[in-house]
Design a binder for this molecule. Structure first.
Ligand code: LLP
Length: 423
């Protein structure tokens, strides 16, 4: 996350002092770097240069309107998982013909909405869903372009909650019955059987599962063509993992212990490892990256409220909570925690916890952090993906503000909710 860096021991986002933003707009607050976002998107797009492709940003990672507009201006497509996300994508200006619609549980009204809005493709997850889409499209006198999502039964070696390509997961159509499923889809009158979709999980740090999946998909394209079902597009999903540990380094920051499993290959490496295999098919290629575009563009800044030492444990109690960044509580996810101002003070091992009435409310456990006192600030790094979108009103906590930084320029892209606005 090169756009977040220390200058004279103060954390900056691009050319802007983060502490000034915290003081001006209050905490907890999400702060995003515009240039990091653009750089990430372009890294993916450049790696696909010369190939007929669409990069469909997965809105679920972060659907802030202003961030979406930046991606629209770059020519990005959108991957949506609900009518709500299709609506947000269209409102931000995404071309409907670059919108794909995934999800195991599409409601009838969502299918109708997507057809009405003329999106590019449904990524279909079951045969029953396929039949429902066929019926609804028939009723609306339309034909729905679909890709069948196959479940390749490949272990993505990620957290079980975000692994999606195993037989034991609810996603996709079993690879074993793929040939019959595609043939059946091709026979339905209101279906344009066009593509193969796959998405094996999120925060994947190994290349091998992607290569295996690409090979499986490429072989399936061949097999289907031999059986008279032509496939024109492959949607390879998202899932490229990012680096959470040592995201920002400085001689005054503790070096976080890592194993090989924490190191994220570059976006170029991920893509170049599967591209030759997928390109061979001659299909138009779709990718649906979410995290790899937004994770390192954002941080969550919180203020230290209190300290507590019960003799066994030290707690740093901040104003940010699981309601603002759920990932540590839900997936035991690791976010580097850094002070906005570095100094030579002793480091200590603490739990960084929020005000919510749950012991599961923490941003970090047993973490070595510089000693910080009431009124000082801490930032949770790499929080741009699955941060704001997973916030909640639990404990009647208003939704927090989001700010976008471009060099020295700063713009509030979501106002902080007030308690009067709570419903
Ligand atoms: N396409 C499909 C069909 C997906 O289900 C997902 C993510 C993506 C694309 C984007 O994957 P990405 O490139 O972001 O890995 N809340 C979890 C992550 C859930 C991912 C769900 N699906 C977290 O905070 O780690």
């Amino acid at each position: 996350m090169k756009y977040f860096h220390y200058r004279e021991n103060h954390l900056y986002c691009e050319e802007t002092l983060v502490q000034e933003l915290a003081e001006e707009f209050g905490t907890p607050i999400y702060i995003y770097s515009k240039n990091q976002l653009l750089e990430n998107y372009r890294a993916i797009n450049n790696a696909l240069a010369g190939v007929d492709h669409v990069t469909c940003y997965a809105l679920k990672a972060n659907s802030n309107h202003e961030l979406l507009k930046l991606l629209v201006a770059e020519g990005s497509g959108a991957d949506a998982v609900s009518a709500g996300e299709i609506y947000l994508a269209l409102r931000a200006g995404f071309d409907p013909q670059k919108i794909t619609f995934a999800g195991v549980g599409k409601r009838d009204d969502e299918i109708e909405f997507a057809l009405k809005k003329n999106i590019y493709s449904f990524n279909v997850e079951s045969m029953q869903e396929l039949e429902v889409i066929n019926q609804i499209a028939g009723r609306m006198k339309r034909r729905a372009r679909v890709a069948l999502r196959i479940n390749p039964d490949i272990d993505a070696a990620t957290h079980p909650y975000i692994s999606t390509g195993l037989k034991s997961n609810k996603f996709g159509i079993d690879i074993a019955v793929a040939p019959q499923s595609f043939a059946y889809a091709a026979s339905l009158p209101n279906i344009i059987m066009d593509g193969i979709h796959t998405h094996i999980g999120s925060q994947i740090l190994k290349i091998e599962p992607f290569v295996q999946t690409a090979t499986t998909v490429a072989n399936l394209v061949k097999e289907l063509r031999a059986n008279g079902v032509n496939i024109h597009h492959i949607d390879f999903g998202g899932g490229f993992g990012v680096q959470y540990k040592n995201a920002v380094t400085h001689p005054l920051l503790p070096v976080e212990q890592t194993t090989e499993a924490d190191e994220a290959p570059s976006l170029e490496t991920f893509i170049s490892s599967v591209l030759p295999i997928l390109k061979e098919t001659g299909c138009r290629l779709f990718f649906e990256p979410g995290r790899s575009i937004v994770a390192n563009t954002g941080i969550l800044v919180s203020k230290v409220l209190y300290r507590k030492d019960n003799g066994v444990k030290k707690f740093v109690i901040i104003d940010g909570a699981m309601t603002d960044l759920l990932r540590p509580s839900l997936y035991q996810a690791y976010h580097q925690i850094v002070p906005l101002t570095l100094n030579e003070k002793e480091k200590e091992i603490v739990d960084v916890v929020g005000p919510v009435c749950e012991s599961g409310d923490f941003l970090a456990k047993e973490r070595t952090v510089q000693n910080v006192q009431r009124g000082e600030y801490l930032a949770a790094l790499t929080a741009g993906a699955y941060g704001m979108v997973l916030t909640s009103h639990y404990n009647a906590r208003p939704k927090i503000a989001e700010v976008l930084v471009n060099g020295e320029k700063v713009r509030v892209i979501r106002e902080r909710e007030t308690i009067e606005e709570l419903k």
